[in-house]
Design a protein around this ligand. Sequence first.
Ligand code: ATP
Ligand code: MG
Length: 599
Amino acid sequence: MTSASRQSVKVIRKDPKSWTVAPNFTDYEALQREFSWDAMRRELQGLPEGGGINIAHEAVDRHASGDLRDRAALRWFGAEGEVLEFTYADMKRESDRFANILQRLGAGKGSVVCTLADRIPDLYFTALGTWKNTSVFCPLFSHFGPEPIHQRMSKGDAAILLTTTSAYKRKVAGIMDRLPMLRWVLLTDAAEDLDAKTLSLPRLKEEAPEAFQIPPTDPEDVATLHFTSGSTGAPKGMIHVHDAVVAHYATGKYVLDLRPGDVFWCTADPGWVTGVSYGIIAPLLHGSINIVDQGEFDAERWCGLLESQKVNVWYTSPTAVRRLMRLGERPRLYFDFRTLRCVHSVGEPLHAEEVLWSVDALGLPIHDNWWQTETGAIMIANFPAMDIRVGSMGRPAPGVEAAIVRRVEGGGVEVIEEPDAPGEIALRAGWPSMARGCIHEEERYKKDFAGGWRLTGDAARRDADGYFWFIGRLDDVIKSAGRMVGPFEVEGALMEHPAVFEAGVIGKPDPLLGESVKAFIALKPGVEASEELRSEILGFARKRLGPSMAPREIEFQTDLPKNRAGKIMRRLLKARELGLPEGDVSTLEPPVQGKRGAP
Ligand code: ATP
Ligand code: MG
């Protein structure tokens, strides 16, 4: 980070007088001092008679036998306009039924249950029912084709797959002979069984008893298998346990600021970890109303949902925010967002540009937070009560110790105390939602631990007040003329140019500099690429960043390659640039055809 850009840090101050409801905490230091995971655990109920802790009991059953029993838990908006609402009692009944189905099919503790469906209610009942049965929930992103599906199901030893008839016929039937571990396929929409192995879920439901007794669940029992997004290589299958629910609860309370009766909407798909930890578990833990939209992004529909549902807390992604920005209009001129208390974002760097846009266009700032599939829950965040240093990821979540470290020879790490010095983000190992393993890749899991820390592969710096600033993935950090150049900072500066919609920055081998900075840029709708514009943007970047950080080269592209989770795949930009093999592209989003300019 240059000293010039550091001086220009903008701060969004929080004014307690403007709060309609005070956030769940207001004094960060006091919270950090007083916080303990055990105290959080005590706010949950646990299974009766010392039976341990089970995610589904905490999320649903606990409320279904209490005051929230008849209150809305899940409000579902179908792609065709249907609306369904399920109370906590309904959620209990439906997930009990699914747990009974699993039992009848011989699936028990540790059996892996995959789902391949878009955001339909059965997906949510399946997740909860699977946890109840102490089986392992493994969601697959519904847009995956046969190969990514096969890769994950075989790596995960899937025993059961829940899907729709059409997805089964198009994507699964052809790979069945390569999935010897798979015992049953359950079709959510088939009135009758297709064959002896491919069963009708509605029929099974009709026959299944409505009540299920959750067996004792050890906090260390495996609950979920989450595959990473595959941004840096082949996706890893991260193993998570039931105790993770303690971290979902704590971050739901202190970061998202959830409370009973809140209307909460997480736009992430349950195919990714955010869509499970916060799209299923956290809102239910807090007795909130969880909004689920089956449809894909549509700016008008999304703004309409925020308004009509009177959403209080919204959790979305930088990709979605940029798509809204593309409209060129301030949504709050047309929609009423007055019930919105907090907006949060995760998944990719959130640039200063986007935070400032939201203050103007939505009427409140977006709170960036940082975490990974491996961490299971939010680790670093901008909290509702805390001033926002625009462009920063915020400070560690309660109970999380984060540091900037350098790997040293022999496998150790050295903590970098000096403020603003770049290094790798490390987390003190041992928080409840930390992945307990990487399926069938123990070495890949172990290599991220050193000296009691878990190394994250992300580069950042920490300022003197403890705020973390993202630099880039370690693999993406550019070493140019003896210094580290963070793609995030370069991309952020480029995005300040009015013609730039999105930027992806890589390092290219250079005989003099080691690496030189190259930027790939997608322009805003209606802007034509030209040589003049290229020189103008190069000059603009040089002025902002100085000659050592500014790109030497710019290439215009219609759309930057992104993975299905919406993340720019810089490693692919680099491989293509250098003519190297593209590596694992199972999560690559197919290019958007003819949609240029549409949000
Ligand atoms: P893979 O591990 O397979 O390469 P991935 O890292 O993209 O894929 P995820 O676990 O889904 O898989 O994503 C976590 C990563 O996303 C983080 O390590 C970080 O690089 C990026 N990320 C998440 N949130 C933020 C954020 N707020 N700011 C910057 N980067 C973020
Ligand atoms: Mg990763």
